[in-house]
Design a protein around this ligand. Structure first.
Ligand code: IMP
Length: 489
């Protein structure tokens, strides 16, 4: 183990030798969500590392907080990027359902769930998800109000088929979820995307035909037949994409179901942003998967940062005005699905134990997730470029009293300290330098009801991490149940 670099030594000495917790043992005062300097009642949440940090739990808690306040009769829960590549599981009574394109706000009456302009939506999967929610709640309509931006892009089976072909030809696509995300965004750059408004328009069949033809030609160029390519289904397994007629028939059904939800979201935001209506912005995926900041080439195609809200709302929402910009991380480790090779990858029995204890298997693909040590150089970079100011920490129960927590403090190349760079070739060369911090009894953390109930080592760890990342703590979760949540506001 290494000597502590100077910039961490002071914090370490304060926290671990003097038990100075930098205020994390107190609630935040004043409540930052009600900040007068920013747009009151607004909060944005992003994944702080490589996805699957538990953003759904955090946005759920925030939405419920606003809805409990009698001054508000609605909360706008706005998501603006990604599509069926995302995934989290929610519990409705005894039933567990996986949500991909819908955010968890869909289960809360009073919530207006917006699928925003820069999402790439797969209509058939979306309808299935809506049906799952209806079945689980036993209702004829969704608990929340769903609004789909008429300008949101379509992500169709053609995109999934093309991605399947690309996977055989390009290294960059290897880790992708196979949900067609990157080809759907590429259509936007090529300036021929299909949008939700096209799907619900009268001449949609003509537009679909042109689109199908284009993809058929492209795929033929690689030596494949579009109709024969297998594409994944939400329920698991694959189907052959089929002919234009078959694809049209499948889409016809979804189109009818989705039509009533397709609206002008610009007007909705224009009306509510200048008022006090609470807004919870949810960025899908994570800062470390963003096409600019992630481990290139295994990145997703969308903008996963708060800055994306400026473009998806066409300038109506300036991210600098949002009262709280919060990144979510897992407390003692991070996880990754895809083809990237992390310098801090953890192998051996501890990785397997964490995978089992925290159920680290993909909600979208079921793949076992890679487990890695906490990587401060990468996180510091992501938090800096992502303009993060608050921190939510999940899985505080994943710690073992006799196992120190290894944290990567620096990278080195030839004994020189280097920063994180968003590039796999570069990261292949770095040597992570670790330091060990004391672990705690995860079971004890799981039972904590208040900040003060947390084991002292957990409090110290939170103080150290939040100082190292120059953020303030907003929330921590100590287990999978909703009530296992500790709030700092
Ligand atoms: P794509 O988004 O399907 O293009 O996949 C690009 C990369 O992002 C792959 O490494 C995926 O595994 C990863 N990825 C995309 N969405 C998620 C997510 O919600 N959680 C974790 N990884 C994701």
């Amino acid at each position: 183990m290494t000597k502590l670099p100077t910039r961490f030594r002071q914090v370490y000495d304060q926290v671990y030798k003097k038990n100075n917790l930098f205020g994390i043992d107190q609630k935040l005062k004043p409540n930052p969500l009600l900040s007068k300097d920013k747009r009151k009642n607004s909060v944005a949440v992003a994944g702080g590392m490589l996805g699957d940090e538990g953003k759904g739990r955090v946005t759920d808690e925030l939405t419920a907080y606003f809805l409990r306040n009698k001054n508000h009769n609605k909360v706008i829960h706005y998501r603006d990027n990604g599509g069926a590549n995302a995934g989290h599981t929610v519990e409705v009574g005894e039933v567990r359902i996986a949500l991909h394109q819908l955010s968890s706000g869909v289960l809360q009456p009073g919530c207006v769930v917006v699928a925003g302009k820069e999402m790439v939506l797969h209509p058939e999967d979306l309808v299935l998800e809506i049906n799952h929610v209806l079945k689980a709640t036993g209702k004829k309509s969704l608990p929340a109000t769903l609004v789909i931006d008429e300008m949101a892009f379509l992500c169709l089976d053609t995109h999934r088929a093309f991605e399947a072909v690309l996977k055989m030809h390009s290294r960059g696509s290897k880790g992708a979820t196979g949900r067609g995300i990157s080809p759907a965004y590429a259509d936007v750059i090529y300036r021929h995307p299909l949008r939700m408004r096209d799907l619900v328009s009268r001449n949609w069949k003509k537009k679909l035909e042109q689109h199908y033809q284009l993809y058929q030609n492209w795929v033929k160029g690689f030596g494949y037949e579009l109709a024969e390519i297998e594409v994944p289904r939400l329920e698991g397994g694959n189907i052959k994409l089929g002919t234009l007629k078959q694809m049209t028939t499948r889409l016809e059904r979804s189109r009818q179901v989705l039509k009533p939800y397709v609206k002008n979201v610009y007007q909705l935001i224009e009306t509510h942003w200048p008022k006090k209506t609470p807004f919870v912005f949810e960025k899908a995926q994570a800062l470390g998967l963003d096409r600019r900041w992630g481990v290139y080439p295994d990145v997703t195609a969308s903008n996963c940062g708060f800055d994306g809200l400026l473009s998806s709302t066409e300038g109506l929402v300036n991210p600098d005005e949002i009262a709280v910009k919060c990144a979510v991380i897992k407390a003692t480790y991070s996880s990754s699905v895809g083809a990237r090779q992390l310098p801090t990858a953890m192998t051996g029995p501890l990785a397997e134990k964490i995978r089992q204890d925290a159920n680290e298997y993909g909600a979208t693909t079921g793949r076992p997730r890679d487990i890695a040590y906490l990587d401060l150089p990468m996180m510091s970079y992501l938090f800096e470029v992502g303009q993060v100011d608050y921190l939510a920490v999940t899985h505080l129960d994943i710690s073992y009293p006799d196992t120190p927590i290894k944290v990567c403090l620096n990278y080195q190349i030839d004994n020189q300290v280097v920063n994180y760079r968003p590039d796999q070739n570069f990261l292949d060369q770095v040597e992570p330098i670790y330091f060990e911090l004391p672990g705690w009894n995860g079971q004890e953390a799981a039972e904590a009801q208040t900040i003060q109930d947390l084991p002292q080592q957990a409090q110290q760890y939170l103080a150290f991490i939040s100082q190292a990342l120059k953020t303030k703590l907003l929330l921590a979760t100590t287990g999978p149940k909703r009530k296992q949540t500790i709030r700092w506001w």
